[in-house]
Design a protein around this ligand. Structure first.
Ligand code: ADP
Ligand code: MG
Length: 616
C-alpha cells in the first residue's frame, strides 16, 4: 500500500493557522492597530467597508518598514519584537509571535505601503493568499498603510460563517474601543462606509472614556488611584446609581492590554456589592500596571485572558482599592464602612509573605433594607406598591383554600368565576377573587384551589415581549407626540445603532429624530406609556441590544423586543386593584408562552402542599 502521509502545502498550513489568529474582521483590526501602536504611531486611522468584509485598512504614522522588512513581515514567525524566548518575560509590545500578518495574508488580498522617515522611497507589497504579487518601490508618506480586502475570499466556509454587518461592525467597534481607551495619547479615527464614526484626539483617560462612550459619563465617574511597589492601579469607576443590568462598559487593562478575568472582575464587583442591588453591574475603566515579568500573556496572543503569578495578591489589592475609592468619594455616606482610610497597601515587604489588605465593614448593613431605604431617594426600588394588598379575611379564606387543596380540586368551594385550564395548561379565562403582592415583586393568587405565585416583572417581560414582537411584525404601536421633546445624547456606538433601528423603534412607539451625530430628539413615545425615564430606557435598551447582537443569534426583531421588554418590565404601574390583577393575568395567559420569560426563566409556580410542608 502507498504511504498516505504528506506535508500540507504552506498555503494550506497558513490558512489553517490563520483561523486561530483571525477568526473575524474584528480580530484583524485588533492585530493591525496593535502593530501600529508597536510602531510608535501617534495617529491611527481605521477605515472599514461593509463591516470589514470588503475592506479593513489601517493607516499609521509609525516608524514604517524597510524594503526588505516589508516583504519579510508576511512570513510566519517574522517579528522584530523578540529574538529569544527569554524576551517573552520582559515584553512591552503588543505583538511578539510574528503571526498576525502572515495569517492575514493567507486569507485576504493585502496591500502594504510603508516608508521609513529616513528613506526616500517607500515600498509597496501586494500579497494574496500568501502569494506575493508585487514588491516594488513606491511613493508614499512616512508610516504604514495596510489594506486588507475581501477577507476569507479563499475560505468560503469562514466567509459564510460571518454574522450580519451590524454584528461584525459591533465587534470591530468593540476591539477599536478597547485599544483606543487605553492608548489615550494616540489620535484615532474610525470610518465606516465613508462615514466618520469616531474621531479621538489625544487626551487624558477620562476624556477618552467620554469621547468614546458619550459625555454624559463625565459626572457619572469617580477616580480610583493606588500605587504600591508591586502594582499601580488607576482609572475610573462608575457611580453606584449608574450600575446596569448588563455588564457593559467594564474595562480592565493590565499593562496597557485589555484583559478579561473573571476573578478580577469579581474583585471589583464584590467591592460594590453593598452599594448596588443584586443583579446590577458597575461600570469600570481600570488600568493596572505590574512588572511584565509577573504576568503571562503568552497563553494566546489573540485571547484576552492573562495569567498572573500573583493572582490572589492582585485580587486583594484591587478589591481593597475599589472599596477605598467608593468610600473616599463619599458616594454612600449612609454606608457604615468602618475601614482604614490609611489602607496599608503601599508597603510591600521585599521578602516573605504578603498580606492581602482587608477592610472592615458591617456585614449586616444593607442599604436596600427599610426603614432607611424608604427615606432616601434611590433608583433601586421599583415602583411596585410596597404594601401587601388584600385583607385578613381574604387571607383566611385563602388559607382555607390551601388546606383543602387536594389532587382533585373541590368543586363545591370553587367560585362561579372558575379558572379553566385546557390540556396545554393554557388559561381560557382567568379570574381570581383574592390576591396578595409580596415583596413588591410577587403576586400570590388562588387558581383552581391552588395557590399560585407569579413573578410580576417576569410576567410583564413576557407580556411586553410578545406585544413588541407583534408591533414589529404587524401592528405598530400608537405614538403619542411629545409637546416638549426630550433630547438624548448617546455614545458614538449607541448613536449608530439607534440610527440603524430607528424604523423599528417607530413601530415600537418611539418617534426619534437624529439631530446631529450623537444627539437625538425624542418626539414621541408609546401611547399610554407612563414614561418613567425614557432616556435611560432607550440608553440601556441599546446597550442590551448591542450585547445580544454580539453574543447571540441574529434575529433582529426578537432581540429588539427582548431588549426593550427587559428595560420596561419593572416600570409598570403597581397592581393595585383586583381588576388590574385580573387584567394582568389575562394578558399573561393570552401570551403564546406564558410559562417562561423570553430568556427561559419560570414565570409562575404552584405552591403544592408538599412544598409548603417541606418549608414548615
Ligand atoms: P508581531 O507583531 O507579533 O511581531 P506581526 O505579524 O503582527 O507580528 O508583524 C510582523 C512584523 O512586521 C512586526 O514585528 C513589525 O516589525 C512589522 N510591522 C507590522 N506592522 C507594522 C507597522 N504598522 N509599522 C511598522 N512595522 C510593522
Ligand atoms: Mg502584531
Amino acid at each position: 500500500m502507498d504511504d498516505i502521509i504528506h506535508l500540507l502545502s504552506d498555503a494550506v498550513a497558513n490558512q489553517i493557522a490563520a483561523g486561530e489568529v483571525v477568526s473575524r474582521p474584528a480580530s484583524a483590526v485588533k492585530e493591525l492597530i496593535e502593530n501600529s501602536i508597536d510602531a510608535g504611531a501617534t495617529h491611527i486611522q481605521l477605515v472599514i467597508k461593509d463591516a470589514g468584509r470588503t475592506l479593513i485598512q489601517v493607516i499609521d504614522d509609525g516608524k514604517g518598514m524597510s524594503f526588505n522588512d516589508a516583504r519579510l513581515c508576511f512570513e510566519r514567525h517574522a517579528t522584530s519584537k523578540i529574538t529569544k524566548a527569554d524576551d517573552l518575560y520582559s515584553i512591552r509590545t503588543k505583538g511578539f509571535r510574528g503571526e498576525a500578518l502572515a495569517s492575514i495574508a493567507a486569507i485576504a488580498q493585502v496591500e502594504l505601503k510603508t516608508k521609513r522617515a529616513e528613506d526616500d522611497m517607500g515600498t509597496l507589497v501586494l500579497i494574496e493568499g500568501t502569494e506575493i504579487k508585487e514588491h516594488s518601490l513606491t511613493t508614499t508618506q512616512d508610516g504604514t498603510s495596510i489594506a486588507v480586502r475581501n477577507i476569507f475570499f479563499n475560505v468560503p466556509a469562514r466567509r459564510n460563517f460571518l454574522k450580519s454587518d451590524a454584528t461584525e461592525f459591533a465587534n470591530i467597534e468593540e476591539e477599536f474601543n478597547r485599544i483606543a481607551l487605553i492608548h489615550n495619547d494616540i489620535n484615532f479615527t474610525l470610518y465606516h462606509n465613508g462615514k466618520l464614526i469616531l474621531q479621538l484626539q489625544s487626551s487624558n483617560f477620562k476624556q477618552r472614556i467620554c469621547n468614546i462612550f458619550g459625555n454624559m459619563l463625565n459626572d457619572k465617574l469617580f477616580p480610583i488611584e493606588n500605587e504600591t511597589s508591586f502594582l499601580k492601579i488607576s482609572g475610573f469607576l462608575g457611580k453606584p446609581e449608574n450600575a446596569k443590568k448588563r455588564k457593559s462598559e467594564q474595562y480592565l487593562f493590565i499593562n496597557h492590554r485589555y484583559v478579561k478575568s473573571s476573578s478580577l472582575n469579581y474583585a471589583i464587583e464584590s467591592a460594590y456589592s453593598q452599594v448596588i442591588p443584586d443583579g446590577n453591574h458597575p461600570q469600570y475603566f481600570i488600568c493596572i500596571e505590574v512588572d511584565p515579568a509577573t504576568i503571562d500573556i503568552n497563553i494566546s496572543p489573540t485571547k484576552v485572558e492573562v495569567k498572573l503569578q500573583n493572582d490572589r495578591l492582585v485580587f486583594g489589592f484591587l478589591n481593597a482599592a475599589v472599596r477605598k475609592a467608593i468610600g473616599e468619594f463619599s458616594l454612600v455616606p449612609q454606608l457604615d464602612f468602618d475601614y482604614n482610610t490609611e489602607l496599608d497597601i503601599n508597603s510591600v515587604p521585599e521578602h516573605g509573605e504578603l498580606k492581602i489588605p482587608t477592610i472592615q465593614h458591617d456585614p449586616n448593613y444593607n442599604p436596600f433594607k427599610s426603614p432607611s431605604s424608604s427615606s432616601k431617594s434611590n433608583n433601586y426600588t421599583s415602583n411596585y406598591s410596597p404594601k401587601p394588598k388584600g385583607n385578613m379575611q381574604d387571607w383566611d379564606s385563602f388559607l382555607r383554600g390551601i388546606k383543602t387543596t387536594d389532587v382533585t380540586p373541590k368543586t363545591d368551594s370553587a367560585p362561579e368565576k372558575t379558572v379553566l385550564f385546557d390540556n396545554n395548561n393554557e388559561l381560557e379565562n382567568v379570574e381570581v377573587d383574592t390576591y396578595f403582592i409580596l415583596y413588591k415583586k410577587y403576586l400570590l393568587v388562588k387558581f383552581n384551589e391552588k395557590p399560585m405565585l407569579v413573578n410580576i416583572p417576569r410576567a410583564n417581560e413576557r407580556i411586553l415581549y410578545e406585544s413588541y414582537l407583534q408591533a414589529l411584525r404587524e401592528n405598530p404601536m400608537t405614538i403619542q407626540q411629545s409637546l416638549f421633546p426630550e433630547t438624548i445624547v448617546l455614545s458614538a456606538a449607541q448613536a449608530e445603532l439607534l440610527c440603524e433601528i430607528r424604523e423599528e423603534m417607530h413601530n415600537l412607539g418611539y418617534d426619534i429624530e437624529p439631530m446631529n451625530n450623537c444627539q437625538f430628539a425624542i418626539n414621541g413615545t408609546p401611547y399610554g406609556d407612563n414614561n418613567a425615564d425614557v432616556k435611560s430606557v432607550i440608553e440601556s435598551m441599546l446597550d442590551e441590544y448591542r450585547f445580544n447582537m454580539m453574543t447571540q443569534r441574529d434575529e433582529r426583531d426578537k432581540n429588539l423586543a427582548l431588549s426593550l421588554a427587559r428595560q420596561k418590565r419593572s416600570l409598570m404601574k403597581p397592581l393595585s386593584s383586583l381588576e388590574e390583577v385580573n387584567h394582568f393575568l389575562q394578558r399573561l395567559f393570552a401570551c403564546l408562552f406564558p410559562t417562561l420569560t423570553p430568556s427561559n426563566k419560570k414565570i409562575y409556580e404552584y405552591l403544592s402542599e408538599e412544598s409548603l410542608e417541606k418549608m414548615l
